[in-house]
Design a binder for this molecule. Structure first.
Ligand SMILES: NC(=O)c1ccc[n+]([C@@H]2O[C@H](COP(=O)([O-])OP(=O)(O)OC[C@H]3O[C@@H](n4cnc5c(N)ncnc54)[C@H](OP(=O)(O)O)[C@@H]3O)[C@@H](O)[C@H]2O)c1
Length: 344
């Protein structure tokens, strides 16, 4: 049994990683189609040991495609995801365009896989923001044990979260600083090389940024609407992997040892937590890995029932491509979809 899968945004950071992960995890495909804008027509892209020629989204007919991994940004998602879904192709959408629609499930399989069944209303399933995905994977087992009241999170987000052009910008600026060339700023509002920027996505009326609002709204939708969350999202000059400093206040007592044991047993989480030099994870080590890493688990004695920890994950994998492929796997494993074209 194989599914015809289309990856839209196949030339992008996330799209390329989707193709890698589909091949690595041997997702049951009959065919994989790489799609992007007219700019990329004919571009060669790897899928396992094969090479795919990129096709143009606008002229592709989804009628016989089973699953579309949509990763081309909010604009194309708003326009295309419903059109693709109307062709009977299930869309797993990586943008923020559909995440807050009550008829679209927002899924992190380790956390709320059962909600996936609600996809039939629109034939669209949303993938969360990268910073939310890793956070809820770490919070879920703690919430189940001790009930989270409030979360305070500060992020240290890599430039790959802003797309391939943002990675180029960090590279070129870093080089320019070393050779004393003028530093050009295009994608970011300030220089990112040897700097940090406390601003991701647009400003909202209340002073928070949209990225911070997304973490709050998505944690509520995926984990529990009663959880209060405040975030400060910061871009840092790291290529891949987002890090988060997290403080959590619980209703019931939970010790750092209990939290460590629970997290060790939880799907998708790896605990690296030795109280010694280097006994924690950094973004460099998490890049290319699937796990959400948790380190520095300790009591936050400034509140009743408080814990603090450090959480790192590859934003292109668990924060985007891996989560999308895990959603596709859940659809298949739960027999929620069947291939349109039966094997001959
Ligand atoms: N990066 C992350 O950590 C992360 C995490 C979660 C979600 N996301 C979301 O994933 C999406 C893609 O992010 P990315 O980092 O992969 O961006 P990216 O590296 O800039 O790549 C964008 C991709 O979209 C394609 N594209 C753009 N406009 C298009 C159009 N009108 N029609 C067809 N294809 C079009 C581009 O094709 P061309 O090469 O032809 O221009 C390229 O393949 C965004 O919605 C982003 O918010 C990203």
């Amino acid at each position: 049994m194989g599914f015809k899968v289309a990856v839209v945004g196949a030339t992008g950071n996330v799209g390329r990683e989707m193709l890698n992960i589909l091949a690595e995890r041997r997702f049951p495909v009959s065919e994989v189609v790489a799609l992007a804008s007219a700019r990329s027509m004919g571009t060669e892209i790897s899928f396992g040991d094969k090479v795919l020629k990129c096709r143009h989204l606008d002229t592709y007919d989804f009628a016989d495609t089973d699953i579309c991994l949509m990763s081309a940004g909010g604009g194309p998602s708003k326009e295309w995801s419903p059109r693709i879904a109307a062709k009977g192709c299930v869309v797993i959408d990586n943008s923020s365009a559909w995440r807050y629609d009550s008829d679209v499930p927002l899924i992190v399989p380790e956390v709320n896989a059962d909600a996936i069944a609600g996809f039939r209303k629109r034939n669209i399933i949303a993938n969360p923001n990268c910073s939310t995905a890793q956070l809820v994977v770490a919070l879920k087992p703690l919430h189940d044990r001790a009930v989270i009241k409030r979360v305070v999170v500060s992020t240290y987000q890599s430039v790959s979260g802003a797309g391939k052009e943002a990675m180029d910008e960090l590279f070129h600026q870093t080089r320019a600083v070393f050779v004393s060339d003028p530093v050009e700023t295009k994608r970011f509002t300030k220089r990112i090389a040897f700097n940090v920027i406390p601003h991701i996505d647009v400003f909202m009326e209340d002073g928070y940024t949209k990225e911070e609002w997304k973490m709050m709204a998505e944690t509520k939708k995926i984990l529990d609407p009663k959880i209060k969350l405040t975030a400060t999202c910061v871009r840092v000059p790291v290529f891949i992997s987002h890090s988060e400093s997290v403080n959590v206040e619980f209703e019931k007592p939970i010790s750092p040892d209990e939290a460590r044991d629970l997290l060790r047993e939880s799907p998708g989480v790896l605990v690296i937590d030795k109280r010694e030099d280097g006994g924690y994870i950094t973004p460099h080590e998490a890049a290319g890995e699937d796990a959400t890493y948790v380190s520095r688990i300790r009591e936050d004695a400034t509140v009743e029932n408080g814990l603090a920890f450090w959480c790192v994950s590859d934003n292109l994998r668990k924060g985007a491509a891996l989560n999308a492929v895990q959603i596709a796997e859940a659809l298949v494993n739960r027999k929620l979809i069947a291939p349109k074209q039966k094997a001959a």
